[in-house]
Design a protein around this ligand. Structure first.
Ligand code: SF4
Length: 705
C-alpha cells in the first residue's frame, strides 16, 4: 500500500504548528502517523506532546453522526428546516437580536466568515460572539486603542532575537510549548539573553527564567507603569519616535508617575521585593531589544485592556516596536482566534477588521455583500449574550464547536440561559458534551483531519488546515450547515458557495474592497486564487495586499499606525487590582489555567490515552502552609467553595502557589469527573472594555472532605 502525506496545521494552540499526516490508502487499517512539518515557519518540524498525539484522536467512539431534533435522528433537510423556520419566526416576532451565534476559536476562518455574513448582513444582528472572548479580547482592544487596529506587531523570530524577553501571565512551557522550546533553544545558544517571568505562580516556564517576579494577582499594570516612569529617569525614552509617531505621551507619563511614584510604592502594590523590581528596571533600561510576551494572565482580567496598554506604552515610549527583536507581543490561546478576528467574528466587530464605528464601514460591507438586513450596531459579548438568553431577549442560539457549559464563568447561569432559550442548536463532532446535552437540535460536524480551510496563528500567519479523511456518518462542514440554513431562510445566491476556496476568495476580496489605503488587514492578493493555488497555499503572514505576495513579517517598521493621523496612542493607565478581593469569608484567591497535556474541555485530547498520563485527574494546588493550617493532606479530597458553587478536587500541595492562593486547571467536565467544573466558581466579572471574563481570579474557601 502506498501512503500519501499531506501538510496541515495543528488544531490546538495559537502557535499554529505545521503537521504532516501520512495517510494510508485504506483508513480502516493503520492509524496515520503524524509528524512536524519541517518547512512550517512556526515549528520547523517540532511538535509538542499534544500535537504528536493527534493520530490517537482521529477515531472517537463518541462521534455525533447524524442530525438530531428533540433527541430523534432526522435528515439534514429536516434539521435545517427546523432551524431556519424557528430563526425566521423569532426574527419576525422579536427582531433579529433574538438570534445569536456563539462560535469558537477552533472553527476555520471560512466557517467564521459565513456565520458572520449570515448574522450581520442577512439576519441583521451583530450577536456573533465566540469563546475567543475568553482568550484574547483584551489584547484586541489594547492594540486597537494604541494602534488604531488589531495588529500584532511581532513575529516568532523576534522571540529568538531579543536580548530581554519579559513573559507576563503566560505558562508558555505548557500552553505554547513549541514557542517555549524555540525560546529555550535561543537562550541556550545565547545565555546572555535575559528572560523574566511575571506571574503569581511559579510555573514550568520559570525553568528558563533569570528572574521570576511573583506579583500579587492582577497587579501587572503597575509593573509597566513603573517601567514607563523609570524609562524617563534613565534617559532611554525615544524622544524622536514619541514626537513623530505617537500622541498622548505626556498624559500617560504623568499618570504613570502618580500611580507608581517610587520603587517602594510600586513594589508594595505588586507584592514583590524592591530588589527584584529594581533588577527588572535595570535590565529594561539596558536592553533595547526587548519583547514583552503576554497571554491569558494579562487578558483574563477586569482590567485586562489597561494591562495591555500599560505594556504597549512602555514599548512606544522607548521605540521598541517595529524593529527586530522588540515589541509588545500578545500570544493567542486558540488555533484560530486570529482568523475569527480577521473576518469580524466578535460582536463588536463588523468584518475584515472593520468595526461598526469605522466611518463608512457598514455601508461598504453592505455594498460588498449586497446585504438586505445589515446590522447597525455592536452585538452582545459572550457573558452579556448568555445573560440576555436568561432574560429571554435572545431566544435562539447556535453554538458551534465549543462547550460553554464548561468554559464560561458561572456555569449555573449558563445552564439557566440555555434552558430559557426556545431553541438551542449545537454543532459539534461529539455526541456527548456538557453542552450537547442542552441542545434541541444537534448538527454533526466534521473535525480536524476532515475539515478544509485556513487558520491564523499568533504571528498573523495564515496556514491551511487540510481535509485528509472522509467525514464519518452524515457529518458536514460547519460552513456548509450555515449556508444550508441561510438558503432555507431565502438567501440563496449569497450563500451558494461550492467549496471553501470560494469563501476564502470572497473574504480576501472584502479585505481589499474599496480599500483606499487602509493597510491593516488586507489579503487582497488572494482574492482571485484558483482552486489549485488555494490547495497549495503556503503559510504566509498578513497583510498580503495585491503586489506583495510574500506577506508582512513585522508591522510598523515605517512608524505609521492605523489611526486617522497615522500616530500610535499612549493610554493613561491607573493600575487596579481584581474586583473581588479576599475576605474573612472567602480567604483564598483562585487562579485557573491549563495543564500541559490537555486542551480546553478535553473533547479531543480526552481521546488520547497517552495524554492522560501527565495529569490524570483534576486537582487544586495549595501551599503547604495553608494545607497544614486546614489539616489538608496531599492527594486528599478538598471542597472548593465560592459564592456561586462548589467543586471537589484532589489536593496537590505545592510551593508554586503563594500562601492564600490556589490554582485549579479548567479542563475537566461533568463527562470526565463529576462536580469538577471549575468555571462553576468563577463570577461573571468582565473587563468593561473587552468583555473578557476575569477567569484568573475568584474568591473561594477550602474545606477538607
Ligand atoms: Fe499544536 Fe500548539 Fe503543540 Fe504546536 S505547540 S504542536 S500548535 S499544541
Amino acid at each position: 500500500m502506498t501512503a500519501t502525506s499531506k501538510k496541515t496545521t495543528c488544531p490546538y494552540c495559537g502557535v499554529g504548528c505545521g503537521v504532516n499526516v501520512t495517510i494510508p490508502h485504506s483508513v480502516d487499517d493503520i492509524v496515520p502517523p503524524v509528524s512536524g512539518d519541517l518547512e512550517h515557519p512556526a515549528n520547523f518540524g517540532r511538535l509538542c506532546v499534544k500535537g504528536s498525539s493527534l493520530a490517537q484522536t482521529l477515531r472517537s467512539d463518541d462521534r455525533l453522526l447524524t442530525p438530531m431534533v428533540a433527541g430523534q435522528a432526522v435528515s439534514w433537510n429536516e434539521a435545517v428546516e427546523t432551524v431556519a423556520d424557528k430563526i425566521a419566526q423569532v426574527v419576525k416576532d422579536h427582531g433579529p437580536d433574538a438570534f445569536a451565534f456563539y462560535l469558537s476559536g477552533q472553527i476555520l476562518t471560512e466557517d467564521y466568515y459565513v456565520a458572520n455574513k449570515l448574522a450581520k448582513g442577512f439576519i441583521g444582528t451583530a450577536n456573533v460572539d465566540t469563546n475567543s472572548r475568553l482568550c484574547m479580547a483584551s489584547a484586541v482592544v489594547g492594540y486597537k486603542r494604541a494602534f488604531g487596529s488589531d495588529t500584532v506587531p511581532c513575529n516568532y523570530e523576534d522571540l529568538e532575537r531579543c536580548d530581554l524577553l519579559i513573559m507576563v501571565g503566560s505558562n508558555a512551557a505548557w500552553t505554547h510549548p513549541i514557542l517555549y522550546q524555540r525560546i529555550a533553544a535561543a537562550k541556550k545558544q545565547r545565555p546572555e539573553m535575559k528572560i523574566v517571568v511575571i506571574d503569581p505562580r511559579e510555573t514550568a516556564t520559570c525553568d528558563i527564567a533569570d528572574m521570576h517576579l511573583a506579583i500579587k494577582p492582577g497587579s501587572d499594570a503597575a509593573v509597566f507603569s513603573y517601567l514607563l516612569k523609570c524609562s524617563a529617569q534613565a534617559g532611554i525614552l525615544d524622544e524622536g519616535f514619541i514626537a513623530n509617531h505617537t500622541n498622548g505621551f505626556d498624559e500617560a507619563f504623568a499618570q504613570a508617575k502618580s500611580s507608581t511614584p517610587t520603587l517602594s510604592s510600586a513594589a508594595a502594590f505588586c507584592g514583590v521585593s524592591e530588589q527584584d523590581l529594581n533588577r527588572l528596571v535595570g535590565w529594561w533600561n539596558d536592553t533595547p531589544k526587548t519583547v514583552t510576551f503576554y497571554s491569558q494572565g494579562v487578558n483574563q482580567s477586569s482590567s485586562g485592556v489597561d494591562k495591555c496598554n500599560a505594556i504597549i506604552n512602555c514599548h512606544l515610549a522607548t521605540g521598541r516596536i517595529g524593529v527586530e527583536g522588540a515589541g509588545p507581543f500578545s500570544i493567542t490561546g486558540q488555533p484560530n482566534a486570529m482568523g475569527g478576528r480577521e473576518v469580524g467574528g466578535l460582536a463588536n466587530q463588523l468584518a475584515a477588521h472593520m468595526d461598526f464605528a469605522t466611518p463608512g464601514a457598514q455601508e461598504l460591507v453592505q455594498r460588498f455583500w449586497q446585504a438586505p438586513n445589515m446590522a447597525t450596531e455592536n452585538g452582545l459579548k459572550a457573558v452579556d449574550l448568555f445573560q440576555a438568553m436568561e432574560e429571554g431577549k435572545v431566544k435562539v442560539v447556535w453554538i458551534m464547536s465549543t462547550n460553554p457549559m464548561v468554559s464560561l464563568p458561572d456555569t449555573a447561569q449558563v445552564r439557566r440561559a440555555l434552558e430559557k432559550c426556545e431553541l438551542v442548536i449545537v454543532s459539534d463532532c461529539k455526541a456527548h458534551t456538557d453542552t450537547t446535552a442542552m441542545a434541541d437540535v444537534l448538527f454533526p460536524a466534521t473535525g480536524w483531519s476532515e475539515k478544509d480551510g485556513t487558520v491564523t496563528n499568533s504571528e498573523r500567519r495564515i496556514s491551511r488546515q487540510r481535509g485528509l479523511l472522509p467525514a464519518p456518518g452524515e457529518a458536514k462542514h460547519d460552513w456548509w450547515a450555515i449556508c444550508e440554513v441561510a438558503k432555507s431562510l431565502g438567501f440563496q445566491s449569497a450563500f451558494s458557495y461550492r467549496n471553501v476556496h470560494e469563501i476564502f476568495n470572497e473574504h480576501a476580496a472584502l479585505s481589499a474592497f474599496e480599500n483606499n489605503g487602509r493597510r491593516d488587514f488586507d489579503i487582497g492578493h488572494f482574492s482571485q486564487m484558483t482552486q489549485e493555488e488555494y490547495d497549495a497555499l503556503v503559510p504566509v503572514q498578513w497583510p498580503v495586499p495585491k503586489g506583495r505576495p510574500e506577506g508582512t513579517k513585522r508591522m510598523f517598521e515605517d512608524g505609521r499606525f492605523f489611526t486617522s493621523d497615522g500616530r500610535a496612542r499612549f493610554v493613561a493607565i491607573s493600575p487596579s487590582l481584581p474586583q473581588h478581593q479576599a475576605s474573612p469569608a472567602w480567604p483564598f484567591t483562585l487562579n485557573t489555567g491549563r495543564v500541559r497535556d490537555q486542551w480546553h474541555t478535553m473533547t479531543r485530547t480526552g481521546d488520547a490515552a497517552s495524554l492522560a498520563k501527565h495529569t490524570a485527574q483534576p486537582y487544586v494546588e495549595i501551599h503547604p502552609k495553608d494545607a497544614k493550617r486546614l489539616s489538608i493532606e496531599d492527594k486528599s479530597l478538598v471542597r472548593l467553595v465560592s459564592p456561586l458553587g462548589q467543586v471537589l478536587l484532589k489536593a496537590k500541595l505545592s510551593r508554586a502557589v503563594a500562601p492564600d492562593n490556589v490554582f485549579a486547571p479548567i479542563h475537566w467536565t461533568q463527562q470526565f469527573a463529576n462536580a469538577s467544573v471549575v468555571s462553576n466558581l468563577i463570577p461573571q466579572v468582565v473587563d468593561p472594555l473587552s468583555g473578557q471574563p476575569e477567569s484568573k481570579h475568584a474568591q473561594v474557601r477550602l474545606e477538607a472532605v
